[in-house]
Design a binder for this molecule. Sequence first.
Ligand code: MN
Length: 311
Amino acid sequence: MSTAKHVESVLPSPPTHWVGDGFPVSSVFSPRSIQSKLSPYILFDYAGPVTFEPSDQSRGVDSHPHRGFETVTVVFQGELEHRDSAGNSGIIGPGDVQWMTAASGVLHEEKHSSEFTRRGGVLEMAQLWVNLPARHKMDSPGYQTLTRDAIPTVSLADDAGTARIIAGDFSPTRGAARTSTPVILWDVRLRKRATATMPIPNGFNAAVFVRSGSVRVGGTHSADARQLVILSREGENMTIRTESDAELVVVGGQPIDEPVVAYGPFVMNTAEEIQRAVADVRDGKFGGLSWSPRALHGRPPREARVHGGGA
Ligand code: MN
């Protein structure tokens, strides 16, 4: 008979720093803070909610490289725009997710969309870095745009709330993303004084980030907004009890049991591979970023979306 996962620790609300001029980011976790404790996850940055005034100046992060892992960007409010040296680009708004597989290497730009910049508004987003196993680190880059409508929503038992299954199995529902190894990424909203059980297998790492509200996890530990609850690898399932309405991000997955050497935008298995990545960027092997001005100014209007209202 298996036991439930238990809480190992609750990380405090992290301080905020700016990434580029568009992302006031809290480092929920990074290789420095958790090492490989949450493998296959490497890093979790959370931004907002922050209000940006209307502007005609592009905001965001200019071209930079990645190799050896995936960047997963989840937009809760606002609108972001991406383009990369593999030729992929896209705009994601509330409820949408971009799953970008850097693998052997891309250069990319991460910006507020031009429309959001012009209009101004509230930005709330998360970016998670998911490791790739050694056998896939040098694969060709990939790109999945997971629109809001393509992400299945599970209604939780006892009317506790909903879970959007971005990746991983919430049996019998399968997540929207294709992943190299089993990865869990759930966008969960719970009603106040509700109890919900999350089906996370024995042997998977897992953690719960609180976007808003107050929760009690595993019957033992309370957590408030911007805190991260780290669960044991052993045991299956976890129970969350809410005090208030709550918005949560559940991350987890099967650990990748390989050495991790992380250096800036590169996550490899050895120091030599990091040196190779730095040299390959210097030698132009990540390609170049180019686009026509028409792409910036002649973009067709996107279909109407409902913004704000806590979307
Ligand atoms: Mn990036």
